[in-house]
Design a protein around this ligand. Structure first.
Ligand SMILES: [Fe+2]
Length: 205
């Protein structure tokens, strides 16, 4: 038996799953896409297009149009919370929007500040395209090569859902393939309750 060990003190838990109710969720999101408008957001420059739900000018609650997705999301949040041993049983989807990437588009490295969970669901993505990445959340990690995890490309395919802490830096490399990639992004809070938004009750045990 060793008389030494390595302690993994600050791992980052990222949740990746395929949705179970795929066909119904796809139909539901297709309906949202058909009545959405997509454009570059002035604050980001000509990087990628966002639906009108992004930003303060549109107050509509996108998740209100996605009851099937919302129901499925709840089961993933329950599973993620159980793994994290975080047993808070009320949460809110505080904002959500659709994103459109086309050839040449990209996303700067960014984070979602102090939001509890950020999430993304891939409505359609080119097969085998690997361009969404995370970077180390450790400040100064780049200065110490042995500790820098560099960029990590998680599995992101059509029908995949991912949940991660809002502070985790991420970005998208410039898209090299033709086509239109739609995804649904959202932020979730457990304690910073907004009285104007629905509270979703779940059951984590
Ligand atoms: Fe993001």
């Amino acid at each position: 038996m060793n008389n030494w060990s390595i302690q993994y003190l600050y791992p980052t838990q990222v949740y990746c799953a395929k949705v179970e109710n795929f066909d119904s969720i796809q139909d539901e999101i297709q309906g949202v896409i058909e009545k959405s408008t997509f454009d570059y957001f002035s604050g980001f420059g000509q990087t990628h297009k966002l639906s009108q739900h992004f930003g303060p000018s549109d107050s509509s609650y996108l998740m209100g149009d996605l009851p099937i997705f919302n129901k499925e999301l709840q089961t993933h949040i329950e599973r993620y919370g159980k793994e994290l041993k975080y047993y808070n049983n009320e949460y809110q989807v505080v904002n959500s929007w659709m994103t459109l990437f086309e050839k040449g588009d990209y996303a700067h490295i960014h984070d979602h500040k102090d939001t509890d969970y950020s999430g993304v669901y891939y409505f359609c993505k080119e097969p085998k395209a690997k361009d969404f990445f995370f970077e180390s959340p450790v400040v100064g990690a780049k200065a110490s090569a042995p500790y820098f995890g560099a960029r990590i490309y998680p599995p992101t395919e059509t029908g995949h859902l991912m949940l991660f802490p809002g502070w985790l830096p991420h970005g998208v490399d410039r898209i090299a393939t033709d086509g239109q990639r739609y995804s649904l992004s959202f932020n979730i809070e457990f304690q910073k309750i907004d009285p104007d938004l629905p509270v979703i009750k779940c059951h984590i045990k």
